[in-house]
Write a protein that binds this ligand. Structure first.
Ligand SMILES: [Zn+2]
Length: 186
């Protein structure tokens, strides 16, 4: 199979904003984490779980899938332009707000559908496991997310990634299978 990331140019940035609990990966391999999200991920395994999930959305080209479904033409192209144009290198100097607005406009921050979320959960487990992280942390992230959601505004990540016990059950179900079939690449 052709490598779906052949044209990706991986770039990782950490945006210093404690108030935003979110992370994303654009088609093209530009990944951003907000420092607020680190309260939820807590450790390297947790970080890898969220990163694996976001990378899976990009690898499976979910936002383009979605864009081509209902939105105006050229949106897919716009996403690719932005992903490859180095726009994100300017993010560090801002609060991230403008970028979030821009991403919302083109649909990156909108909720994916349930099938896409499930696909990203499954692929994310595989990516994290192949990379050598402990994927048993993954369900703990969703538990912490649920906890953070209690009695206040839900963190941004939850508004685009609704948590459910069903989701946690599924991830639990997949974890042993992935551990066996996709062990770390040494
Ligand atoms: Zn997702």
């Amino acid at each position: 199979m052709e490598d779906p990331t052949a044209n990706f140019q991986w770039e990782y940035i950490l945006i210093d904003n404690k108030k935003i609990k979110n992370a994303w990966c654009m088609p093209g391999g530009k990944i951003a984490f907000y420092t607020g999200m680190l309260d939820i991920t807590k450790n390297d395994n947790g970080l890898a779980a969220v990163m694996g999930h976001e990378i899976a959305h990009a690898v499976a080209k979910h936002s383009i899938e979605r864009a081509s479904r209902g939105m105006a033409v050229n949106i897919g192209t716009t996403i690719i332009d932005i992903a490859s144009g180095g726009v994100l290198t300017d993010i560090n100097r801002t609060t991230g707000q403008n970028v979030v607005g821009l991403l919302s406009e083109i649909g990156i921050m909108r909720p994916f559908n349930r099938k896409q979320e499930s696909e990203a959960d499954y692929l994310g487990l595989i990516f994290s496991s192949l990379s050598g992280y402990d994927i048993r942390e993954t369900t703990k992230i969703w538990e912490r997310m649920k906890e953070a959601n209690k009695g206040k505004e839900p963190p941004e990540f939850l508004s685009t990634h609704p948590s459910s016990d069903n989701r946690i059950d599924k991830i639990n179900e997949w974890t042993n299978k992935v551990l066996l079939e996709y062990p770390p690449i040494s």
